[in-house]
Ligand binder design. Sequence first.
Ligand SMILES: NC(=O)c1ccc[n+]([C@@H]2O[C@H](COP(=O)([O-])OP(=O)(O)OC[C@H]3O[C@@H](n4cnc5c(N)ncnc54)[C@H](O)[C@@H]3O)[C@@H](O)[C@H]2O)c1
Length: 270
Amino acid sequence: MKVQKNLIVITGGAGGIGQACARAFKNQPLILTDYSQEIVDETVEILSKEGFDVTGIACDITDKKDIAKLTQYVADNGSLKALIHTAGVSGTVKDLKKVYTIDLVATDLLVDAFYKLAVKDSVAILLSSMMAHTVPTNKKYDEALTNPQAPDSFEIVSRFVNNDSDIMYNFAKRGVQLLTHKNADKWGEKGARIVSVSPGVIETPMALKAAEEHPERMEMIKQATPLKRNGQPEDIADVIYFLASDAARFITSTDILVDGGVIHNIKTMS
Ligand SMILES: NC(=O)c1ccc[n+]([C@@H]2O[C@H](COP(=O)([O-])OP(=O)(O)OC[C@H]3O[C@@H](n4cnc5c(N)ncnc54)[C@H](O)[C@@H]3O)[C@@H](O)[C@H]2O)c1
């Protein structure tokens, strides 16, 4: 890749939504990153064969040194158009601290690191979840979720999640939405934006794993969805493409719910 303007950086680039996002940005320079070099290389090879302008670098997003390598790699290759942060784990990972660290603390680390690369018209797009919309506003944990790098943040939030990794996931994803508000002024001073996207059930390896664990819950969600289907990765990637474009130039500090309408129905069920 030559030094280029308008780089699109995708974390979780080997995952279901990450790969669909890469495919939405045809003819734009992409930097793809994921946990291991092996899966990054595999994905880069597939996308390159399909004609995409893509390079890749491994990054464990919970590791500050890896993040520094990633941001240096981006800086060496050009200027930032969009950070599309899709890397994450679901509540099927039973370790509550791991869920909190990967889904929220690492998001905060990435937003801080990429702020230094943000220029006018850059945008950070963070993947939250429709399940974040089931967590009510509450000062007691919202402050901890807004400051996930604070030493007592995990412990404070843990008091509210009943030792349940699915609930911890919902809280962490609420935290992702709160991070967009926390950072919007700072990014705005540079003329840059920061938003979150909350998918419903999207048929990717992550959702298929959750479906194996809770088949009845998954069927209930599908039946409660006005459109009577699960989402596809492209349903999310198309919205992300829009959010990264100039057409979304006045959208910042907000969450875009892309769930086929289901969370409204779930919340109003008695
Ligand atoms: N699929 C859904 O139904 C759904 C619903 C709501 C929200 N989301 C969110 O969308 C995002 C993408 O989900 P997906 O369905 O594509 O999942 P996926 O499991 O297909 O992809 C996630 C990717 O993140 C990577 N990853 C995990 N931990 C990492 C780490 N420490 N460092 C670097 N990379 C790491 C994985 O290797 C994987 O490639 C996630 O944040 C998820 O929470 C998904």
